[in-house]
Design a protein around this ligand. Structure first.
Ligand SMILES: *Cc1c(COP(=O)(O)O)cnc(C)c1O
Length: 230
């Protein structure tokens, strides 16, 4: 199937799943994950109407910036502090903020460049080792730290669920994230707003949407299996 046919089908599925939570298509951010995807296929997605794209490496964002044209670019991969300075041009959202040292550097660069970075806090609620994301019990302290920073705005939460054969099995993790999201929404912060709940990928986006995600990050279902040889 073509990229556009894939997107048509995903749109149908997104609408059906989001509806179960009470969200409509307009409420949902579809982030097309373009890692390892060639220019031609990226352009087909943009032509279809994709407005947000995600990459997990800083150098790929730099390399593809021209291809992305006006689309909003999201950094979705683990981010080393020393790479933050390369994200000052046109990154709409840093989704993988998960520690103080990274926040500190983002704020420092924001101050230096006289800009405000927008980001999500990545939460590792399954406590999977080797994966990015703050543990839930460390989240309040991290949010308090954000409040002390003038050049970072947190727009919500991001989560990567464990990869299990049956996506139904990760439903409790998504539900837990939604609860966390609602709970934090009740707290009045200055630098933090719970507008975006980013969860769900090719394998599990329908379950994530049913549980209240309003941003999904989809690669393979749009572009086909990734060719890592390139
Ligand atoms: C690669 C990636 C995705 C997309 O995964 P697919 O299985 O291709 O949909 C989503 N989120 C993150 C953080 C990723 O690295």
């Amino acid at each position: 199937m073509s990229v556009k046919e894939n997107l048509d089908e995903i749109q149908d599925r997104v609408i059906r799943s989001a509806e179960k939570f009470g969200h409509s298509w307009e409420d949902i951010h579809l982030v097309a994950v373009t890692k390892f995807v060639d220019e031609d296929r990226i352009l087909q997605a943009l032509d279809w109407g994709v407005k947000e794209v995600g990459e997990n490496q800083v150098q790929e964002i730099e390399r593809k910036m021209e291809i992305f044209q006006g689309a909003q670019v999201h950094m979705i991969g683990q981010l080393q502090s020393n790479k933050v300075r390369k994200l000052t041009h046109g990154v709409a959202l840093i989704q993988s903020i998960d520690r103080k040292s990274l926040l500190k550097e983002i704020n420092r660069i924001g101050q230096r460049e006289n800009m405000i970075f927008k980001g999500l806090i990545q939460v590792n609620n399954a406590k999977e080792e080797g994966k990015g994301g703050v543990y839930k019990e460390d989240l309040p302290e991290l949010l308090d730290y954000v409040e002390s920073l003038d050049h970072v705005h947190i727009e919500g939460l991001m989560n990567i669920a464990p990869f299990l054969d049956d996506p139904e099995e990760v439903r409790p993790y998504f539900r837990d994230m939604r609860n966390l999201f609602e709970k934090i929404s009740q707290i009045s912060y200055n630098q933090i707003k719970m507008n975006i709940l980013s969860m769900g990928m090719t394998h599990d986006y329908e379950v994530a949407l049913e549980e209240g995600a309003n941003m999904v990050r989809i690669g393979r279902a749009i572009f086909g299996e990734r060719d890592y040889s390139k």
